[in-house]
Design a protein around this ligand. Structure first.
Ligand SMILES: NC(=O)c1ccc[n+]([C@@H]2O[C@H](COP(=O)([O-])OP(=O)(O)OC[C@H]3O[C@@H](n4cnc5c(N)ncnc54)[C@H](OP(=O)(O)O)[C@@H]3O)[C@@H](O)[C@H]2O)c1
Length: 302
C-alpha cells in the first residue's frame, strides 16, 4: 500500500465544529483523525455503533485533547437523517465543516425503507437532505461543505435514463452504473450548492483509489477479486489527508464550485456542469426527500 504515513496537519482549527459522515472506516475515519489533530470538534456520524466507537477510541488514543462526538445513523433512512439533523442543530448553532463522505455500492439492487435504490439513497439523497437541513448552522458559520465523489462519475448514465427511474431503481440494474450515477449526483449537487449558497464553500473531491473496506462491502463473488488489487492502492490516510486539506486550507476559501481529483483542481465530466440537469436533480431530490423548495438559485460566489 502506498502513502501510509500522513504528515501532521499544521492549520489550527480549534473551536470549529466538523460533521463527517462515514467516519467509522476508510477515508472518513482517517479524516476524522486528521481533523481532531487540527483541534476541530469532530462529530463522527456512523452507521454501526461498535465500529464507530472503535474509530472514536482510536482518535482519543492518538490525540490527547481530542474532542470527538459520536452519532449513530443509518443514512439509507430519511427518517434517521432527519433525526440526525435535528440532533446536530440542537447541539451546534454553527457547523464550520460538513463532510458528505459515507457511501459505497450494492452489487444487487436493494430498496431502502423509503422505496429508493439504496446506493442513490445513501450516496446522494441522504447527503442532499442532511446538507439542506443543516443549512442554518452551515450558513451561520460560512461553512465548507466537502462532498466525496469519485472519478467513477464518468460512467454515469443520468443523461440516458429519467432521473426518477434511477433513484427508484426502475428497469435494469447495473451496480457500476448506479455507483457512477450516484457520484455524478454528488458533483451536480455540490456545484448547484455552490451556485445557491454563495456564503458557503462547496467543494467536491475524488479522494484517489484507496485500500478501504469499500472493495469488500458486498462480500460476493462479483467483487471478490477487487480485494486482490488493494496492495497496489494508496493507504486510506492519503484520502483522509485530502479531505482535511479541503476542509482547512485557507487558500481554498475561493474554491466553491470546484472539483478536486486527489490533490489538484480538475475538470469533471461535462454532465457535471449541466446547470439544467443539476436544477432538475435538485427539484427531484427535494420532492423525494420531502423538503419544501426553499429558494431559487443565486449567482455563484465570485
Ligand atoms: N476507496 C476508494 O478508492 C474510493 C474512490 C473514490 C471514491 N470513494 C468514496 O469515498 C467515500 C468513503 O469510502 P471509503 O473508501 O472510505 O469506504 P469504506 O471504508 O467502506 O467507508 C464507507 C463509510 O460509509 C459508511 N456507510 C456506508 N453506508 C452507510 C449507511 N447506510 N449509513 C451510514 N453510513 C454508511 C460506512 O459505515 P460502516 O462502517 O457501517 O460500513 C463507512 O464508514 C465513499 O463516498 C466512496 O464512494 C472511495
Amino acid at each position: 500500500m502506498r502513502g501510509r504515513r500522513s504528515p501532521p496537519i499544521m492549520v489550527n482549527m480549534s473551536g470549529k465544529v466538523c460533521v463527517i459522515t462515514g467516519a467509522s472506516s476508510g477515508i472518513g475515519a482517517e479524516a476524522a483523525l486528521g481533523l481532531a489533530r487540527a483541534g476541530v470538534r469532530v462529530v463522527m456520524v456512523c452507521r454501526n455503533r461498535r465500529r464507530g466507537e472503535a474509530a472514536r477510541d482510536r482518535i482519543t488514543r492518538a490525540v490527547a485533547d481530542a474532542q470527538v462526538d459520536l452519532r449513530i445513523a443509518d443514512l439509507s433512512s430519511l427518517r434517521q437523517v432527519r433525526a440526525l439533523a435535528s440532533d446536530l442543530t440542537a447541539a451546534h448553532r454553527e457547523i464550520h465543516v460538513l463532510v458528505n463522505n459515507a457511501g459505497g455500492y450494492r452489487t444487487r439492487a436493494e430498496i431502502s425503507e423509503d422505496g429508493f435504490e439504496r446506493t442513490m439513497a445513501v450516496n446522494h439523497l441522504a447527503h442532499f437532505l442532511l446538507t439542506n437541513l443543516l443549512l442554518p448552522a452551515l450558513r451561520a458559520a460560512k461553512a465548507r461543505v466537502i462532498t466525496v465523489s469519485s472519478e467513477a462519475h464518468r460512467r454515469a448514465r443520468i443523461r440516458r435514463k429519467p432521473l426518477d427511474q434511477i433513484v427508484k431503481s426502475v428497469g435494469g440494474y447495473s451496480w457500476v452504473q448506479t455507483y457512477g450515477d450516484s457520484k455524478l449526483a454528488n458533483l451536480l449537487f455540490s456545484f448547484e450548492l455552490a451556485r445557491r449558497e454563495p456564503d458557503l464553500t462547496a467543494i467536491a473531491l475524488h479522494p484517489g483509489v484507496l485500500a478501504t473496506r469499500i472493495w469488500n462491502q458486498n462480500n460476493d463473488l462479483l467483487t471478490f477479486p477487487l480485494r486482490f488489487f488493494k496492495p497496489f492502492m494508496e493507504h486510506p490516510a492519503r484520502g483522509g489527508q485530502r479531505i482535511v486539506r479541503l476542509a482547512t486550507a485557507p487558500e481554498l476559501d475561493s474554491a466553491s464550485g470546484k472539483y478536486f481529483d486527489r490533490d489538484r483542481e480538475a475538470k469533471a465530466a461535462a454532465d457535471a456542469y449541466d446547470e439544467q440537469l443539476a436544477a432538475a436533480l435538485w427539484t427531484l431530490s427535494e420532492e423525494l426527500a420531502g423538503l419544501e423548495p426553499v429558494r431559487q438559485a443565486k449567482p455563484a460566489k465570485s
